[in-house]
Design a protein around this ligand. Structure first.
Ligand code: 4AD
Ligand code: MG
Length: 448
């Protein structure tokens, strides 16, 4: 027999062939003469129907089936496998198995079983979509002339300056020498931005896509301690539009790719897990994303009749409730907010000295259901302004190499970061960020 992945077996291209498939039993239907099984190996949403003479098989067990692929008499599927032999590779006690046959378990329930939830349709669809979205994002950057940079996980800088660092030290050092492994305090990265800025000075267009870490003691539905960030940095920028264009194009291109390449998985998800969300996604892609300034955003919020838990005034940071309101106000499509108060932004943000209010050339992309999806800015490329700001923060020595970048061929540049889990939440309509990552890490939880 020829060994086949399930995706190939269900496609109908191997009718009549003697084949062997392996997978996990997703359903068992004993009938008078025959036993009907659905088996899946995760390569496709479609299970393969197996027709066997009765045998002892339970929901959840792992099997290896040898037989002949035949055209199925049933409308639901193209092919079925007439089994000659079924080998139980791994048994499964259906009484103890947390997922019950024929039941649709919700995301919250299956989250309790991070080691088993890939056996559910909802979560395996989600992870195939996540995998496809990863590829789609890499494709976008490759097709648009960006060089991928592997920025470090361990770093000595705190790019965002928000004090949310995890420190890295050797476990139980035997002497002081070992304890001070890097000779400087070292941390898990909160952002690859500064390393990308280094590289944008040689490659013009660079990006990175990897894990980032924040010791955020937040139990929110959109924060994790470990999340994946897509970051891009572009040289020779003229205005913030050079960034919003990349953000919007990437969002559209990745989403269209996912909808096209994972159509079945997306359809299942939008039908059973987050009903109606497909309309929201189609609606989001219809129009260009509007751009408003922070000052306009504050005006909109001040004029709204909605009562916010956090009152708004010029200078305040936008909270999730404000972001969600602004998205609704703009027609439930993604919206860019630009030119935030200078004081709210980290040291690297470019000073808009020509504006009446003191703002920085920063931009966030806010999206339906989530709020902030991307944060970015033009970077301060002028040596004197940057040096002054670093001195005010007492950071001139820490960032002497960063100042060097402004000494040796400095160019206007800028970039942004997109939270990949929030992106998945947005296109899938998933309420809780813990449900879109295989192994969520957050305060008081580091299972497995
Ligand atoms: O807005 P942030 O903090 O921006 C930066 O880190 C910049 N240095 C990026 C850059 O310009 N290269 O983070 C970027 C995005 C946020 O908009 C959000 O979507 C996501 O990362 N994010 C988180 N996602 C999940 N859990 C968290 N704790 C997150 N913190 C930020
Ligand atoms: Mg931000």
């Amino acid at each position: 027999p020829t060994k086949l992945r399930l995706s190939e077996a269900v496609s109908g291209s191997k009718l009549g062939a003697n084949v062997q498939v392996q997978g996990w039993v997703r359903s068992v239907r004993p009938q008078k003469k025959n036993l009907f099984l659905h088996v899946n190996d995760g390569s496709t949403l479609q299970p393969l129907q197996i027709v066997a003479s009765s045998g002892l098989l339970t929901f959840g067990c792992a099997v290896e089936v040898t037989g002949t692929l035949k055209q199925s008499p049933h409308q639901k599927q193209l092919v079925e496998l007439e089994a000659d032999q079924i080998l139980v590779v791994g048994e499964c006690n259906p009484v103890d198995f947390p997922f019950k046959i024929k039941e649709r378990h919700n995301l919250e329930y299956i989250r309790q079983f991070p080691h088993l939830r890939c056996r559910t349709n909802a979560f395996s669809s989600l992870l195939r979509i996540r995998s496809e979205a990863t590829t789609a994002i890499h494709s976008y950057f490759r097709e648009n002339g960006f060089v991928q940079i592997h920025t470090p996980i361990i770093t000595s800088n705190d790019c965002e300056g928000a004090g949310e660092l995890f420190q890295v030290e050797p476990q139980s050092p035997e002497n002081d020498e070992d304890a001070n492994f890097f000779s400087v305090p070292a941390f898990l990265t909160v952002s690859g931005q500064l390393h990308l800025e280094v590289m944008s000075g040689g490659f013009s267009r660079v990006y990175t896509f990897g894990p980032t870490f924040r010791a955020e003691n937040s139990q929110s539905r959109r924060h994790l301690a470990e999340f994946y960030m897509v970051e891009a940095e572009v040289s020779f920028t003229q205005s913030i539009e050079d960034l919003t264009k990349v953000m919007e194009d990437m969002f559209r291109s990745a989403t269209e790719d996912v909808l096209a390449h994972c159509a079945e998985d997306v359809a299942l998800f939008h039908k059973h897990v987050t009903p109606g969300h497909r309309d929201t996604v189609d609606h989001m892609l219809k129009k260009r994303f509007p751009v408003i300034t922070y000052t306009e955003a504050i005006d909109i919020l001040n004029r709204s009749s909605q009562k916010f838990a956090f009152p708004t005034q010029w200078g305040c940071d936008l909270q999730t409730e404000h972001e969600k309101y602004l998205v609704k106000h703009c027609g439930n499509i993604p919206v860019f907010v630009t030119d935030y108060p200078y004081e709210l932004k980290p040291f690297y943000a470019r000073d808009n000295e020509d504006h009446p209010e003191h703002t920085a050339a920063a931009v966030d992309l806010l999206v339906p259901g989530v709020g902030e999806l991307c944060g970015g800015s033009l970077r301060e490329e002028r040596l004197d302004l940057l040096r002054t700001r670093l001195e005010e923060a007492g950071l001139q020595d820490t960032y002497s190499w960063y100042l060097d970048l402004r000494r040796f061929g400095s160019v206007p540049h800028g970039g942004f970061g997109l939270g990949f889990e929030r992106y998945l939440q947005c296109i899938l309509g998933v309420d809780n960020i813990k449900d879109v990552i295989p192994f969520p890490r957050f305060s008081h939880s580091c299972l497995l």
